[in-house]
Each structure stands twice: as structure tokens, then as C-alpha cells.
Design a protein around this ligand. Structure first.
Ligand code: RRO
Length: 309
């Protein structure tokens, strides 16, 4: 039996629920010719700040047995270059071919998020914004991301809400004492959906030099170690809100994606798995299809939220 993979969300049709996560696929073009982006539901760009950022010293990524740590430090070309040089390609090659694009937005201040969204809003080639409120490698408030503070979440989401009718996703951190206040703040300020989760702060040391394996010091933990943490966050968020949820963290196979859907996600994102298997997004789509077919499902959307039934 054929499984219908399409997902209707945010007033748009996604060909399937599998997207590539922010920071793991550049602006799409970087993967052109390697990955069949036209087989995926969509991508989320590298987080864009107002000014270009060179990022942190290398090494920027390091492996450990259950995943990876990174400290990229928000390296990106800045909003103006994204508007003028990246969005036209995405419009032609992604949006124009039915691959949905979210532009990830980051900043040190509320005003910076507002300025980035104002700059990019003039462009075409993307569906919506994913507000990255949860970068672990930024020095705002002595290292605390916006998503640790409901008031800061409300200010960023509310600040950009008045500038755009496009869908707004708020990307949250896994390491908050209580998700409820930040979920409520994002929803009340006008977020259309939540992305859970960003990486978890961690430190991998070189045992001989007693220094971090990463040039930037501590970093963000991703990969298989993050999966149950992300799934729990999605599951918890589902009990707190009816907003659509996007699950990310440690997905490397169709079954992993299915767990996020069962926990309550409508879409999922692949991140770290792309580094060791650039075509993992397409593979996850195929495995998810086989899994849903094996369960006799007609539509992939039937998986969403089943853990709460
Ligand atoms: O650029 C980074 O170092 C980075 C970002 Br913006 C983020 O949101 N999450 C992450 O693990 N790394």
C-alpha cells in the first residue's frame, strides 16, 4: 500500500516531513549535486545574523562515541548577503521545486533579530523563519540563550511577529528547568510552531593537553546522545500546547524520526547524521515510508502524537 508522505502545515504543502536542520546544510547550495534536495520536505538554513560573522577558532567539531560537539560560533555571511546572494538560488532551486525553506535567524539582541527579519522579509525563496533562541555557543547574558528566559522569548517572537506574516518557528533549548513558561511565552507572542531541540551544552577534553577538543571551548552536543532528550522535549511540549512541533536531535534512521512523530512532532529535522551520511535525509524518508507501510498506515501524519493517545 502506498503511504501518503505529504504534510500540510503553515498553509504550505511539505512533500514529506523530513527537513535538514539549521547549521548542517548551509544555504542548500553547498549540498547541491551531493544531496537530492528535491526528495526532502525542506531545509533550514544556517542561522543568519545582521552582520557577517567569521565564527569560532578551529577545530569547530569533534566526535565522541555517542555523537558530536560543535562550536561554530554562528559563522554566516550576514543578512544582506543572504538576501542578495543566497535567497535567489534558494528561490530558483528549492522553493521553486517544492522544497520548503526556513531561514534560521539569530542575534545578540532583540533588535538584531528584528533587523535580520526586516532585511530578509523583502526577499523571496523561503516559507518562513526559524528563530534560533537557543544557540549554546554565544556569549549573550554570560552564556544563557534567549530560550532560558520566557520574557526574552516573548520579546524576540513578539518583536518579529509584527514584521511578517510568514510562519515563525521558535527553536528552543533542551536544558531548561521547565519548558512550560517558554512554550507559553512563545505561543502567546505569536509563534506558529516550535522546534525542539537545539544542542545541549557539553565539553569534550583532550586528555593529554587538558584543553577542549574545540577551539571555542565548550560546545553543543548533538547526535544519538541527544535523541531521547529531544523526544522527551517534544513529548512534553505536546502536553503544553497545540502548536505544530518540529522535532530535531539525534535522528539517523526512519525509526528515530518515527519516535519524534509519535511524541507529537509534525515535521522532523536531520542534523548530525548528515555529516557522516550526507544522504541520510533521503534515506530517512525511505525508511520512514517502509516503517509506516509496515504498520498499514495510509498517511504518515497518522503517526503524529500517537504516544499521547
Ligand atoms: O553556530 C553554532 O555554534 C551553533 C548554533 Br548558532 C546553534 O544554534 N547550535 C549549535 O549547536 N551551534
Amino acid at each position: 500500500m502506498r503511504v501518503e508522505l505529504g504534510v500540510e502545515l503553515f498553509g504550505a504543502a511539505f512533500r514529506n516531513p523530513v527537513l535538514l536542520a539549521a547549521g548542517t546544510c548551509g544555504f542548500g547550495r553547498e549540498l547541491d549535486g551531493v544531496v537530492r534536495l528535491d526528495r526532502l520536505g525542506g531545509i533550514v538554513t544556517k542561522s543568519v545574523t545582521l552582520e557577517p560573522r567569521v565564527g569560532n577558532p578551529s577545530p569547530r567539531v569533534a566526535e565522541f562515541p555517542a555523537g558530536m560537539v560543535n562550536s561554530i560560533g554562528l559563522a554566516n555571511p550576514g543578512a544582506r548577503a543572504v538576501l542578495e546572494e543566497r535567497l535567489p538560488w534558494m528561490r530558483e532551486n528549492l522553493a521553486g521545486r517544492g522544497t520548503r525553506v526556513f531561514v534560521s535567524v539569530a542575534g545578540h539582541t532583540v533588535d538584531e533579530y528584528v533587523a535580520v527579519v526586516r532585511t530578509l522579509e523583502a526577499g523571496e525563496g523561503f516559507l518562513g523563519f526559524e528563530l534560533n533562541l537557543s544557540c549554546p555557543n554565544d556569549d549573550r547574558m554570560g552564556g544563557l540563550p534567549f530560550s532560558h528566559d520566557p520574557e526574552a522569548v516573548a520579546q524576540v517572537v513578539g518583536g518579529v511577529r509584527s514584521l511578517t506574516d510568514r510562519p515563525l518557528l521558535a527553536k528552543l533549548a533542551p536544558n531548561v528547568a521547565d519548558l512550560a513558561p517558554v512554550v507559553r511565552a512563545a505561543e502567546e507572542a505569536g509563534a506558529d510552531g516550535l522546534t525542539l531541540v537545539n544542542t545541549l551544552p557539553g565539553l569534550a577534553l583532550d586528555r593529554s593537553s587538558a584543553r577542549s577538543l574545540l577551539g571555542g571551548g565548550p560546545g553543543g552536543v548533538s547526535g544519538p546522545a541527544l535523541r531521547p532528550i529531544g523526544i522527551e522535549a517534544v513529548w512534553k511540549a505536546r502536553t503544553l500546547t497545540d502548536l505544530p512541533l518540529v522535532g530535531v536531535g539525534g535522528i539517523a534512521a526512519g525509526g528515530d524520526a518515527a519516535e519524534y512523530l509519535l511524541a507529537g512532532a509534525s515535521l522532523v529535522q536531520i542534523g548530525t547524521a548528515s555529516f557522516w551520511d550526507p544522504r541520510s535525509g533521503e534515506r530517512v524518508v525511505n525508511e520512514l515510508t517502509t516503517l509506516a507501510g509496515g504498520r498499514g498506515l495510509g498517511r504518515i501524519t497518522e503517526l503524529t502524537g500517537a504516544a499521547h493517545a
